[in-house]
Design a protein around this ligand. Sequence first.
Ligand code: ADP
Length: 724
Amino acid sequence: MSDHYERVKIELQQMKAVESEAAADEQQQLSPASVSSVPADVSFAARRDLTRSSINGRSRSKSRSKADGHERQVNGKQLSDLTPQKLTLDYSQEKGQSRVSNEQNIKGTLRLLKGKTAANGHVESCHRQTDGKCEHHGKEDGSKVAKKKRAVTVDTSKAKTSLEALKTSIRQLKWKEFPMGRRTACDIYWHGVSFHDNENIVSGQVNKFPGMIEMLRKINLSRAVRTMQELFPEEYNFYPRSWILPEEYQLFSTQIRHLKDNDSTLKPTFIVKPDSGSQGDGIYLIRDPADLRVISGSQIKQAVVQEYIQKPLLIDKLKFDIRLYVLVRSLEPLEIYIAKEGLSRFCTEPYQEPSQKNLSHVFMHLTNYSLNVHSGNFVHSDSCSTGSKRTFSSVLYRIASKGVDIKKVWSDIIALVIKTVIALVPELKVYYHADIPPGKPGPTCFQILGFDILLMKNLKPVLLEVNANPSMRIEHEQEVSPGVYEYVPSPVDEEVKVGVIRDTLRLMDPAQRKQHVTSNTGGGSPEEAIVVETGSDEKESLTDSLPTLCLKQVFPKYTKQFNYLRAVERIAGIFLRFLGVKGTMRLGPTGFRTFIRNCKLSNSSFSMASVDILYIDITRRWAGMLPDSREAGMCLQAFIEAFFYLAGRRFKAVPLREQVLLLLEVCEGALEGLSNSEKPRPHRSHPTQSSAPNAFSSPALTRRHHHHLQHQPLQLSAKANTEN
Ligand code: ADP
């Protein structure tokens, strides 16, 4: 009975959604002005109300305006800070324009609503992709534009805690929201947790990549970075030295004992982080391996133990970290954007270097908002440059005033972000391949990641972790009376997060993407793609009336500087080629043999029997390290290890990086030859195809290998984590 009731309720909701969609369409056709359903200066609180009721929206708007006016009087300045106009003002200042009045801004918004006015007074309507067909309306009278232009549709039914910021962004863009989902396809699906929040999406774009959550768990991130450190130790010294527990418990203990034996003045501290923890949960500091809490009940805990950065940069004597938002717009071609504005989260107890006495002082050592907000010292501030949570730019200004070269800090951060994403891409492609096999219909993906970065006293940025689902909440919990908590608007969060979501949507606008993809499939270089993108009419019309993008493209922009790091991605390209059965992420023994044969890697001194032994050996060891895996076979990490081994066997005298690059050339050359003679290459634009160019220009490196980790002299990265 109750099931039936639930079904009826859902059906009713869907019917209402379809109805209101039709009504909205109709309304849009009738009057171009009606596109603007939100008064230009609606305050945060009012806008929140609006988002909660799509059906009664219109009749409520009057009382909302009143309430809004009232709140403005009560709260004064900070509420006006929350309006879209404030954002416009701020950004136009950034562009070097003078501060303009609200009236002018409203005019600006109207300009957007009416479309892009051409010099001749006509309005040029946009070219938009509709269900696979491109509508081209040419030049028309302004009054007709709204009739033809189809708003981009966004399914927000699974948005969870990002909902408020998302709704605000959609409204600012005049796009169409489907809060309860839609029977027909939407252009964009906004998921709160994972790619799989909605199943069976066959078109459009989803804001999560398959496998991102898994890849960003602490152990997997550490593994991916470590693989890169083996090839490029200097380039990847921004990640603190880490050990994976329980498998490296012994190694960790031995190395620390040696370290202390060699230099008794050394007092390193380590931070232990549970593998799947977040918000500081279960984190603790230790000074001796004996203090590790490896067992919980009868289970051995999966965790990462990491060198603790003892000398962070302090402001007002407090430790802080930086949360930066990074958009991975696509894997193939690789496109990365960084938000120019981020957040800085402050500790609430003055920092002291770790000592046995203060190791357990979480408010001194951990910058997590979720922890510090419960400290009596947490300062909620309506200003973005004071309090326990501030904008990153306010921190940059602050340190710039002390003579710090913030351009260098910023470019180091950009490099850290690009390198980290490059480390994640190989395995992400494997996940992508399994969930959206080439040739099968499926959505494309993009994702906003939250990078947590610590600045050391010497201003070197250090990567702490990457969050697959950074909080996009624009309210914070506040104790309004003893023991009573309420969600109240947080100006700092809104300023930063709405900008990030809105700009992500702008970049994912299907009309823009269509142009982008078309320009990319002609074999042009990634750099050419950018040129086309920035010149598009669509973008111009948006930038006319919205703030300049707060997302800055860093890849492919900096392709030349970083492409040489994409060696592991090329190995993943080979792995994927031999995966064979769609939907799997593991290579079987036959696939591995075929790889060896096709790449001509077997000879009289390396028989196929040795190949089988190599396969079994490495696969078994990795299966032991990934106990919860249900799939049998060789995972990518194991394949990479096999590849390194084969490279070392074949090119003995040179360092590992050279060995790997040489073997890649051998393999890619052999496969290219095969492809040319046998079959057409699969579709170019699928992310599983390795597109990392072969440009390798970096100086040679010193060799390190999984097996050799144990023989490395341990150097902790408080200085630079550099090898040798
Ligand atoms: P969680 O996902 O639980 O927040 P983090 O890796 O972000 O885990 O760590 C929590 C906090 O601990 C960070 O915000 C930072 O303040 C501190 N921290 C983490 N790693 C280090 C480190 N290696 N050195 C110094 N502080 C660290």
